[in-house]
Design a protein. Structure first.
Length: 246
């Protein structure tokens, strides 16, 4: 069995939003949030709507700055604290270490679907031929019709756009992967493909944090649930102390 090591370590982060259109009211979304994620593990963020799951996931990608605490990610052999990292450091971490699959595909107009999928792999230094071959494989596996590959995905249906988005997120074997409702717009057949992609990523050591409202999908992929609103009982054990770890 592959040795497990910590890839993400979140320590006592807090996040407050100030509602300026409501007399500066403050909304405490995250308070003293702490957990870790190991290689080969999928931690699913759990909690009712409005509990802070999406805020936490965006904080892990440094889309949101946190008020306090640390978000450490193992990046090329060293820990990087995304809570205090410089913009250029965050860009480098996103390029090489953290993959992101959101609910919505945001692309440059008129760029073809296959180019959208290829882009992260090319930016990592791969040749176009290899990137194109892997993009074609993923698009085929996710049942995106071949006649759509050369078209701009802005014209696609919601489900087709999401499958392009998933292919883009999985084309690079990122050490860390953040998934925001990746199966929300998909039917059962394509949801099963995504579950397979997640399991394969875990098998090669990827640390995954995700949000899945579909209970069946959540039960299939989750190694552990993290309840966003519980602070005292959420600290996970060291990866090396978990059952089956080296």
């Amino acid at each position: 069995m592959m040795p497990m090591e910590t890839k993400i370590n979140v320590a006592n982060i807090s996040k407050t939003f100030v509602l300026y259109n409501q007399s500066g009211a403050k909304l405490n979304v995250l308070e003293h949030t702490s957990f870790s994620v190991c290689s080969g593990e999928c931690v699913v963020l759990n909690g009712r709507s409005g509990s802070g799951k999406s805020t936490l996931l965006r904080a892990l990608y440094a889309n949101y700055l946190v008020d306090d605490g640390e978000i450490e990610v193992m990046h090329q052999g060293s820990w990087v604290n995304l809570a205090t990292a410089l913009p250029r450091e965050i860009i480098n971490v996103r390029k090489h270490t953290i993959g992101w699959v959101s609910q919505f595909l945001r692309v440059i107009p008129r760029i073809s679907a296959i180019e959208v999928v290829m882009q992260p792999m090319i930016e990592m230094g791969s040749c176009r031929q290899a990137a194109k071959a892997k993009a074609e494989h993923l698009l085929t596996r996710l049942n995106v019709p071949k006649h759509l590959w050369g078209l701009a995905p802005a014209t696609f249906s919601g489900g087709e756009q999401q499958r392009v988005n998933i292919a883009r997120g999985f084309i690079v074997n990122y050490p860390v992967l953040l998934l925001d409702e990746p199966t929300a717009s998909l039917d059962a057949i394509n949801s099963a493909v995504v579950v397979s992609l997640i399991e394969e990523a875990k098998a090669r050591g990827t640390a995954i944090v995700g949000i899945f409202h579909d209970e069946d999908i959540r039960n299939q992929v989750a190694d552990r649930l993290y309840d966003v609103k519980k602070t005292s009982s959420n600290t996970s054990p060291s990866c090396f102390n978990q059952e089956g770890a080296a």
